[in-house]
Ligand binder design. Structure first.
Ligand code: RIB
Length: 296
């Protein structure tokens, strides 16, 4: 089996749970603080490994307790960490999350993620080049993302770009990747003068747009396919998009049809929102298959 390479961020998520989201200038009392491994890259790696992918994480953490915990968590979930570089004099990236009123707000401090440069990628290229798919996001320097997209394109390795958090990206990136997986807000920013329908028709089977609990839409030939989400009770949506991306990548590498792959990933994402913490609720393969079989 070929590998899945995830080149991206590792963050320690510092989650403050509160009944009320403070407005600008306001102070409110919170309920509890939870430290939980996260980062879009690490989340996607764990999600993919849990549903059966043979996953390499490529990235950087600091030489600190958070970095150590990130590496252990990746390993405990079956992700290869040989190319997670532990950098001295750097701190592990952190995400500061307010979980209130049924949704999250996140501020990310890059820390060591800012050091994921071409040299880090080159060192791991032997593995990356044997990958069935490469997963990328926007929490490492964008020039590194561009470098990987070009090199993968030259070597005909499929790339899934999850364009989160939003950044202004060159059009040729969109042309060169196999899948672009924005949520509806990111899609509106990336394609400012286009309707959803125009976007999906312009990039059939490439732009896979997540639309929250409604599920996913993509274009196929002249039509738009809507694959509905699953109706589940929500505790914390942090990492649901990452779970979708990791599971979708695994399903694509297994040769599932586009619709089946999206449905599989929707089920994984739905299961992931049942617990607090991006990685805490991510399902294993059997749980995804059980949900899928119940809903057939
Ligand atoms: O996508 C969710 C992730 O975004 C969190 O785990 C946090 O680390 C931020 O990077």
């Amino acid at each position: 089996m070929k590998y899945i390479s995830v080149i991206g961020s590792c963050n320690m998520d510092m989650i403050v749970e509160s009944d009320i989201r403070p407005k600008a200038g306001e102070t409110v009392m919170g309920k509890r603080l939870i430290l939980s491994p996260g980062g879009k890259g690490a989340n996607q790696a764990v999600a993919a490994a849990k549903v059966g992918g043979d996953v390499y994480m490529i990235g950087c953490v600091g030489d600190d307790a958070n970095g150590e915990m990130m590496c252990h968590t990746l390993q405990n979930n079956g992700v290869h960490t040989k190319y997670v570089n532990v950098l001295s004099n750097e701190i592990t990236g952190t995400a500061h999350i307010i979980l209130a009123e049924g949704d999250n707000s996140i501020i990310v401090l890059s820390g060591a993620n800012g050091k994921v440069n071409q040299a880090v990628v080159d060192k791991a290229w032997d593995i990356i080049s044997q990958s069935a798919i490469i997963l990328l996001q926007h929490e490492i320097p964008l020039d590194t993302v561009g470098y990987i997209i070009q090199r993968a394109y030259d070597e005909k390795i499929p790339v899934l770009l999850n364009p989160a958090p939003y950044a202004d990206i060159p059009k040729d990136w969109i042309d060169k990747v196999s899948y672009l997986t924005p949520n509806e807000h990111e899609a509106a920013l990336i394609f400012p003068h286009m309707t959803r329908e125009e976007i999906l028709h312009a990039y059939p089977r490439k732009v896979v747009m997540t639309i929250g609990k409604e599920g996913v839409i993509y274009g196929d030939n002249d039509s738009i396919v809507h694959v509905p989400g699953f109706d589940v009770s929500v505790v914390d949506t942090t990492g649901a998009g990452d779970t979708f991306n990791g599971a979708f990548a695994v399903a694509c590498t297994e040769g599932k049809s586009m619709e089946e792959a999206v449905r599989f990933a929707n089920a994984a994402a739905a299961l992931s929102v049942g617990k607090i913490g991006a990685q805490a609720g991510m399902p294993v393969r059997e749980e995804v298959e059980e949900l899928l079989s119940c809903k057939r």
